[in-house]
Design a protein around this ligand. Structure first.
Ligand SMILES: Cc1cc2nc3c(=O)[nH]c(=O)nc-3n(C[C@H](O)[C@H](O)[C@H](O)COP(=O)(O)OP(=O)(O)OC[C@H]3O[C@@H](n4cnc5c(N)ncnc54)[C@H](O)[C@@H]3O)c2cc1C
Length: 483
């Protein structure tokens, strides 16, 4: 059985996935999920394809092979090996799938590598994380994470919301583990994943007792429910080439007094430990890496579509069009340059390597502004073009096919080719899936205001400041000596 089939088997495990008022009986054949599951299964199967097997996987000590996202970078070359693997999967999905290639798998690598450091903060973290990491790696499991409280009242801390059934928290401890009640939002890809890591993505206040835990759940944990947003999927691959294949789905995770076994509780209600582990520089660096590789693939895709849209209606000779297309290319080049800089200036943390963090944080934060701007450029270039399409490509074969062939053609291509391009562009720009992607790039790593502020706070400014201070001092002293 191939890796894709193994995933499908795992997805039939009785998990509580809810959509349109119903519990999904069979995720694999459900129209809201089946197209995306096929895409993920095909990506997993690539791991056994002789042409790319060595790029996507590596041999582990028991002789089996594991996905490259689990590779511990013991040399600088390992950073490039990881990057090439991320690139293969993100390239195959045009950067629109964010949870398969290795974002959270990489985060797990970080925690595993630094497990002994965290042992001081969280007793037994080291042994539990070792077992968990090895189990996830050996079984090729897919992971996502949820770290935010439900958006009920952001002016209040979790404890101030009182007895309301809100943020996930410990309500009881038993011999077997903790009992968790409440919700976490939102976990991208959750219905398709094997595991979800639950933690707190913001620094909590000391008084928020019960809310500072980090634990992993199997998606089929009893009393855990995944409430999905509306599906953006489609069964029409011709008219909705992206929505039909790549709707990653987002879900709110509800814990209805779910038992989390001690073995999976990495931090039990310790806000300081939670925050230290969350902000470990090595863990951050190793996990962001994949997201930047994916961003390059996505921006390349948008730039290619922008270029093709412009050529298809003969507008590339206008200077403002050239400037807009150049802006798309500049985005690609900038993020790629930051990625290369991060990889080439990789740092050694004791015995392991991670890409340099500053260029990657810069790329991540720029991406929050770049992507919405790139989408705006596609709108400006196409104007009403993306809506000037027949409702379906089936129209070409209808009684009015003659009109469609005549009136929808482009400057350099026939009507069928142009309509296919416009359908693809609309799926990226104007469809529910497209809007979701714009929101994703703006917010997936926190909101940009706080992300930019945090870059300011964490940036090592000492060298910059010293240079100015030295300059001021030397100017004064040279003026003095001149006098
Ligand atoms: C498509 C998508 C997929 C996502 N996938 C995941 C995932 O897989 N896992 C995961 O954990 N998260 C995920 N996220 C969640 C994401 O990390 C959060 O959306 C993000 O951190 C912002 O939090 P929020 O949505 O709760 O907005 P809020 O924090 O509620 O912010 C709403 C608005 O209020 C302002 N605001 C609120 N509080 C403050 C404050 N204290 N100071 C200043 N301004 C404030 C914000 O600036 C913003 O304008 C995803 C988000 C999106 C859009």
């Amino acid at each position: 059985m191939g890796a894709g089939e193994r995933l499908k088997k795992r997805l039939r495990d009785g998990r509580n996935v809810w959509i349109n008022g119903e519990r999904v009986r069979d995720l694999v054949s459900h129209p809201a999920f089946s197209g995306t599951i096929e895409s993920i299964a095909s990506l997993l199967d690539l791991q056994d394809h002789p042409d790319v097997r060595d790029e996507l996987t590596f041999e582990i000590s028991n002789g089996n092979r594991a996905n490259m996202a689990f590779l511990i970078p013991e040399t600088k070359e390992d950073i490039f090996r990881r990057s090439r693997a991320f690139r293969l999967w993100s390239g195959a999905t045009f950067g629109v799938m964010s949870r398969v290639a290795g974002y959270y798998r990489s985060q797990l690598v970080g925690w595993y590598v630094h497990r002994n450091i965290f042992e001081n903060e969280a007793p037994k973290f080291s042994d539990k994380m070792k077992r968990y990491f090895e189990w996830v790696r050996e079984n090729d499991l897919l992971l996502t994470a949820a770290g935010h409280d439900p958006q009920i009242d952001r002016s209040k801390t979790a404890d101030e919301l009182g007895d309301l059934y809100t943020a996930a928290r410990i309500v009881k401890e038993t011999e077997d583990g903790i009992i968790v009640r409440g919700a976490k939002m939102i976990a991208t890809g959750a219905p398709y994943m094997d595991e979800i890591m639950i933690s707190s993505h913001k620094k909590r206040e000391k008084k928020e007792k019960g809310f500072g835990s980090m634990f992993a759940i199997n998606v089929n944990t009893p009393n855990v429910h995944l409430i999905c947003r509306e599906s953006f999927s489609s069964d029409n691959k011709e008219d909705h080439p992206l929505s039909s294949r790549f709707d990653e789905m987002d879900a709110v995770i509800v814990f209805d007094d779910a038992l989390i076994p001690w073995e999976r509780v990495f931090i039990k209600d310790d806000i300081e430990a939670m925050w230290k582990i969350r902000n470990d520089p090595f863990v951050t660096a190793i996990s962001i890496h994949e997201t930047i590789v994916r961003l390059v693939s996505k921006l390349e895709f948008v730039a290619a579509i922008g270029n093709d849209l412009a050529e298809s209606i003969g507008i590339t000779k206008y200077q403002h069009v050239q400037a807009k297309l150049a802006e798309l290319f500049m985005q690609v080049e900038t993020i790629n340059a930051l990625l290369l800089s991060a990889e080439h200036h990789s740092n050694k943390y004791d015995d392991v390597w991670a890409p340099s963090i500053d260029p990657m944080v810069t790329a991540k934060n720029l991406g929050m502004h770049y992507y919405p701007r790139a989408i705006e450029i596609l709108q400006q270039l196409s104007a009403a073009g993306m809506l000037q399409t027949p409702s379906s490509t089936a129209e070409f074969h209808s009684e009015i096919g003659e009109f469609v062939n005549k009136y929808y053609r482009g400057a350099d291509r026939n009507a069928e080719e142009r309509v296919k391009l416009l359908k693809l562009a609309w799926d990226l720009v104007g469809s529910p899936l497209g809007s979701r992607h714009e929101l994703y790039e703006r917010f997936y790593a926190g909101d940009s205001v706080r992300a930019f502020a945090s870059q300011y706070l964490e940036y090592d400014k000492s060298n910059l400041i010293k240079r100015v201070q030295d300059r001021i001092k030397s100017k004064i002293s040279s003026e003095l000596s001149f006098q």
